[in-house]
Design a protein around this ligand. Structure first.
Ligand code: HEM
Length: 433
């Protein structure tokens, strides 16, 4: 391969500079090198919309490289076949597709309406744990409805196990080494599975499968038949945590923007005033009417995509933009820089929810938006996430003005490992009169 086909490299773009400030280096790479650049030999960054979308869509050539949240506990039958994976995916999507979410807005809304009551007013409160608890209640209820109270404590432990595993460590252990963090994850996964198994069996033997996401997964599919108990128990730990882990990172960014932009928060509050007094009566029509709130959520996700860097591995020698990529190379897809490209979004660093609305207040032609990924591995829970976040944002702004603690320095850290998050963010809520 000729050297001129290699993506450009920053002079000092080494892993050392990368570990000091990954966001800043990602931006410099995009500004100075363009569409695709090289962090070090065999590690490339797709920095703008075209190459990002190409990598995510060409899933055979660029394979997902991160391990599953919760690998199957043990399998007598070996790793799931492509057919089994497609079956489990179809079963999950029955419960997560936009129409399924739209039909259950009245079950999501009460949890969002309770959120402001859980927020102690008049004091600085750490936001991330607060939103995580609220979203875990909503998400776990969405998956298991009346069985949610049994499973919620186990779901919180699953989250904790993930958090421990994601702490940056000096050593990268091979996947088969049973480190204390991995053993803790396995114990929590076993505990969750043991609590879930009798629920699955009870629902199947009684024939009352339920209208929730678990119920949808228990329905036979016309194409694949019944999903096995083993496949259900393997897939649900990851899905359960996914309902609140990334959404809570997104929610804390959104609440920070409500504090930074009181006028925008006022506009959200005005929309929220039109929601029904009984949250259970909320429908998808009400949700659709929260146009500005949805635009605000989308704008925060554009500026701060929680999954800001997606990892892929090239399965064969291939082309990306004008460059040759060797088999085995790592390709990092960067929604963060793709979203801050002025060719896609005017004044890309400005917070401007209106960019997602046209003058009549309806959705405008979108620029690139990769916060939920795209292609075969795009986010399965995007509709659920948007519904939860829109309602939570509306209910918070309806009740409160939010503000940051006074002081020259932000009291939180922006972390980039395991998702873009505001760790330690504290906000104060005061009643909106
Ligand atoms: C703001 C909230 C969320 C964001 C920003 C987000 C983002 C993403 C992104 C970027 C991907 C693609 C990862 C990749 O291509 O490597 C993804 C995948 C996924 N998401 Fe989400 N997500 C969110 C909420 C949710 C929720 C609520 C669920 C609920 C179940 C969920 C379930 C999943 C699943 C199962 C996948 C894996 C799809 C696959 O590998 O085929 N996500 N998410």
């Amino acid at each position: 391969m000729g050297r001129r086909n290699e993506p450009p490299r920053l002079p000092e773009g080494s892993f050392a500079a990368w570990s000091r400030d990954r966001l800043a280096l990602a931006r410099r790479g995009a500004d100075e090198c363009g569409d695709v650049w090289q962090l070090e030999p065999g590690v490339y960054i797709a920095a703008t919309a075209g190459p990002c979308e190409a990598v995510l869509r060409r899933a055979q050539e660029f394979r997902q490289a991160s391990p599953p949240l919760f690998p199957p506990l043990k399998r007598s039958s070996g790793a799931p076949t492509p057919e089994e994976r497609a079956h489990a995916h179809a079963a999950r999507m029955r419960g997560l597709r936009p129409q399924a979410v739209a039909a259950r807005i009245g079950e999501i809304a009460p949890g969002a309406a309770r959120f402001p009551d859980q927020w102690p007013t008049g004091q600085d409160v750490e936001v991330l744990p607060l939103v995580r608890n609220a979203l875990a209640e909503i998400g776990v209820h969405y998956v298991f409805s009346e069985d949610a109270p049994t499973l919620l404590p186990f779901a919180s432990q699953l989250f904790l196990a993930r958090e421990v595993l994601e702490r940056p460590s000096r050593w990268v252990w091979p996947r088969w080494v049973p480190t204390p963090a991995r053993r803790f994850r396995t114990r929590q996964q076993v505990a969750f599975t043991n609590a879930l198994r009798p629920i699955v069996r009870r629902r199947r033997s009684s024939g009352r499968l339920g209208d929730d996401m678990l119920g949808q997964m228990l329905q036979p599919s016309s194409r694949y038949g019944l999903l096995t108990e083993e496949a259900i128990l393997d897939t649900l730990p990851g899905i359960t945590v996914a309902t609140f882990e990334t959404p809570s990172r997104a929610a804390s960014w959104i609440l920070l923007h409500l504090a930074w932009y009181p006028q925008a928060a006022g506009r959200v509050a005005a929309e929220a005033a039109l929601l029904p007094t009984d949250p259970a009566a909320t429908t998808s029509t009400h949700l659709d009417s929260l146009q500005y709130t949805q635009a605000l959520v989308r704008e925060v996700l554009r500026l701060h995509p929680p999954s800001w860097l997606l990892v892929r591995r090239a399965t064969r020698q291939t082309q990306l933009a004008d460059y040759s990529i060797d088999a085995g190379s790592t390709v990092l897809v960067c929604p963060y820089t793709a979203h801050r490209d002025a060719r896609e979004h005017s004044e890309p660093d400005r917070f401007r929810p209106e960019r997602w609305l046209d003058d009549s207040g309806s959705p405008a032609k979108p620029g690139v938006f990769l916060s939920f990924g795209t292609g075969p591995h795009g986010c399965e829970g995007a509709a659920l996430a948007m519904a939860m976040l829109t309602l939570l944002t509306a209910q918070t702004a309806r009740c409160y003005h939010l503000s940051e603690p006074p002081g020259p320095q932000p009291g939180y850290q922006v972390t980039t490992f395991g998702g873009l998050a505001t760790v330690g963010l504290r906000l104060r809520a005061t009643l909106r009169s």
